[in-house]
Ligand binder design. Structure first.
Ligand code: AMP
Ligand code: MG
Length: 331
């Protein structure tokens, strides 16, 4: 059956915007020294709060849809975690959502599907937790996969800015969305009804391209990307930022290439780290494959087990990037 996915998009946008507001609220409260102390509690609170909110919205609208999410509530259920539970309840209450522990656990654990099915959602409640803790970029990524194809995506980037809204003080916090075959759009997390289309760059000369990659060299090989940049004679420094905000930056043409190059044998990319951003770039006119040029295979459950790494480009320079990866020995 053909569907336009307008209800799915509407629910996804509202859910991700709500989650983004909770994440912002928690990130604002991060103490300056929490990084040095390696205090991960803000991530814990925002991660669970964000996943609970998205799950709650999906449960109400699509009660039969399975969700493959990053978090489960096992740890949160431990008696000694009461302070975390209270902090999450406080964040939800600030959004006028009053609930109890059992309901909270149930929302979080509804995202516990592991296996592929014909129709499922995948959620990363906070992608780029290291960026979140550094008070830098992170994303909330939600995608619907039907018959192995990503068909709806909503990716919230609470710290990305643009002129998309008329209210300058509300210019920070963007929500990218896409429906398969219908293009990609961006709006402010503050006003979901004012959106504009996003398009990848039209750069064809690889020496004029700019690439982006993870801040964390453990997530993507900076050494190999530097070799590719040299081979393709790129003049610009790479843009390093956390999370699927990288896909969004390529989708709106601020970078031409996103390289995610394997750092260790055997690591398999998780679908929640890619499904949302993937459709945004594809619908903005770009191309996404793994490092060997193979399409990403979203039919394998929680992992992209048939793929290694990810390359997203404006489409025009894709083949040259894949050839360069082969030449430097990545593919
Ligand atoms: P980024 O913010 O782009 O650096 O990516 C953050 C994501 O990297 C997290 O959500 C993790 O799931 C994922 N990750 C963890 N270890 C690795 C690894 N060795 N290679 C690639 N991605 C990883
Ligand atoms: Mg992630």
């Amino acid at each position: 059956m053909q569907t336009d996915y307008s209800k799915e998009l509407d629910i996804a946008l509202k859910a991700v915007a709500e989650a983004a507001h909770v994440c912002r609220s928690v990130q604002f409260k991060i103490a300056p020294d929490s990084l040095e102390k390696q205090d991960r509690s803000p991530v814990t609170i925002a991660d669970y709060g964000s996943q609970a909110l998205v799950s709650r919205a999906l449960e109400a609208a699509f009660p039969d849809d399975p969700i493959i999410g990053e978090e489960d509530a096992d740890e949160l259920k431990q008696p000694e975690q009461f302070a975390f539970r209270n902090a999450i309840h406080a964040e939800l209450a600030a959004m006028n959502i009053y609930t109890n522990d059992d309901q909270l656990f149930s929302w979080i654990d509804r995202c516990g599907a592991k296996e592929y099915s014909d129709r499922f959602w995948t959620i990363d409640p906070i992608d780029g937790t290291k960026g979140f803790l550094r008070k830098e970029h992170y994303a909330i990524s939600l995608a619907l996969v039907v018959n192995g194809e990503v068909v709806v995506a909503a990716v919230g980037c609470p710290n990305l800015a643009s002129q998309v809204t008329n209210a300058p003080e509300k210019g920070v916090g963007l929500l990218f969305s896409a429906v398969k075959g219908q293009g990609a759009n961006v709006c402010s997390i503050w006003s979901l009804d004012q959106s504009e289309p996003v398009k990848v760059s039209d750069t064809t000369d690889t020496s004029a391209t700019r690439f982006c990659e993870s801040v964390e060299s453990g997530h993507s090989s900076h050494g190999h990307s530097a070799q590719v940049a040299e081979l393709l004679k790129m003049q610009e420094e790479p843009v390093r930022l956390d999370s699927q905000a990288k896909y969004c930056v390529v989708a709106r043409g601020e970078a031409d290439i996103y390289l995610r190059l394997p750092t260790r044998v055997g690591y398999r990319e998780k679908i929640w780290d890619h499904a949302g951003g993937y459709l945004i770039v594809e619908e903005a006119g770009g191309k996404i494959t793994d490092v060997e040029g193979k399409p990403l295979d979203f039919t394998r459950g929680a992992e992209l087990s048939e793929n290694r790494g990810v390359v997203a480009t404006n489409g025009r320079v894709h083949d040259e990037v894949i050839t360069a990866l082969r030449e430097v020995g990545v593919a």
